[in-house]
Design a binder for this molecule. Structure first.
Ligand code: XMP
Length: 317
């Protein structure tokens, strides 16, 4: 019978046998999967696991520092890299969602590769790939399904020439969370909603500027903090705010305003393949809307997305 403990025991033994004294480099994303993969590898090979955590400037508000702190608390050998400007430069002027994804994927590989080259004698790339990622990366290649290119799987540049080790590639998300809990990983990391690799870049429609990222981070933080304090966060599969570059008229005191829109999205789902919009309480939505409009400069209107997947997708891009 599968239990988290039996999985951990078997996997650590397998990793030790496979990796010996080899060095592994792994990119942490702040998400559940890469964190659990890192802790498993760390238990198997200790300081021979070198983790890299890149700040792409597209994470949630204050997320880079707080996640880096918790990784260090867990004893992981992790290097944080501030690459915000490289990502913003690469994204400047791009509006097409797939072009944005490709630019982010390319810069990530460049930044990661630079950092990996600083580690002497590394021969493996560790990845937090889980079973549904494996399925999805196969289906993306099929004739019908080139809907979005997920850059988490594949796309490994030739020049990296590393062997790949993926300790979670037989697990589903709920199993990953159970393994993570058995490994003693912080609930703050384990209970985290899925967050796309391209981050806030696909939650700002159209072109990305640091100013728009800042506005979205503020609105998103108000939204997520309210979901947490209302006790709703853990009941929602995924939530986030979206920045709509659409201006509408509002009124503030005696002044007419002409500002942008924030859309709130929250869905229930089992695996992200299909999803229903969440029926969040009206009182909670009202509170969040007021807080965003009163506190986030540049926003005068908040809307709630009531579309399910299919035919809508979870993300707007
Ligand atoms: P969609 O929008 O396709 O999203 O309904 C399904 C799930 O996948 C996530 N997602 C991504 N994750 N890179 C990622 O790592 C991406 O480019 C990407 N696009 C969507 C999305 O957040 C949801 O959990």
């Amino acid at each position: 019978d599968w239990t988290p403990d039996s999985f951990i025991e078997t996997t650590i033994a397998e990793l030790k046998a496979k990796l010996g004294d080899d060095k592994v480099v792994l990119g942490l994303s702040g998400g559940v999967d890469s964190s659990v993969a890192a802790v498993l590898l760390h238990q198997a090979i200790g300081a021979n696991l070198h983790c890299i955590f890149v700040d792409n400037g597209l994470l949630r508000k204050d997320e880079f520092q707080s996640v880096l702190d918790s990784y260090q608390h867990m004893g992981l050998n992790v290097k944080g890299i501030d690459a915000k400007q490289r990502f913003y430069d690469a994204l400047a002027g791009l509006t097409d969602p797939e072009k944005k994804r490709k630019a982010i994927g390319r810069v990530f590989i460049e930044v990661f590769d630079d950092a990996a080259h600083e580690i002497q004698g590394v021969s493996w790339l560790g990845q937090g790939t889980i079973y549904p990622d494996v399925i999805e990366s196969v289906s993306v290649k099929g004739p019908s399904a080139t809907i979005k290119s997920h850059h988490n799987v594949g796309g490994l540049p030739d020049f990296m020439k590393l062997k790949v080790v993926e300790p979670l590639n037989t697990l589903f998300k709920d199993e990953v969370r159970k393994v993570g809990a058995a490994l003693g990983i912080d609930q703050n990391i384990l209970g985290r909603h899925p967050f796309p690799g391209p981050g806030l870049a696909i939650r700002i429609l159209g072109d990305i500027t640091p100013e728009k990222v800042d506005i979205l981070q503020q609105a998103d933080a108000i939204y997520i903090n309210n979901l947490r304090s209302a006790g709703v966060y853990d009941k929602v599969w995924q939530a986030g705010a979206i920045y709509l570059p659409v201006q509408s008229v509002g009124v503030m005191g005696d002044e007419r305003t002409y500002e942008n829109v924030i859309c709130l999205r929250a869905v229930e789902s089992l695996d992200g393949m299909t999803a229903d919009w969440c029926h969040l309480p009206y009182d909670l939505l009202a509170k969040i809307s007021n807080e965003i409009i009163n506190n986030v400069k540049g926003i005068n209107r908040v809307v709630y997305d009531i579309s399910s997947k299919p035919p809508a997708t979870i993300e707007w891009e």
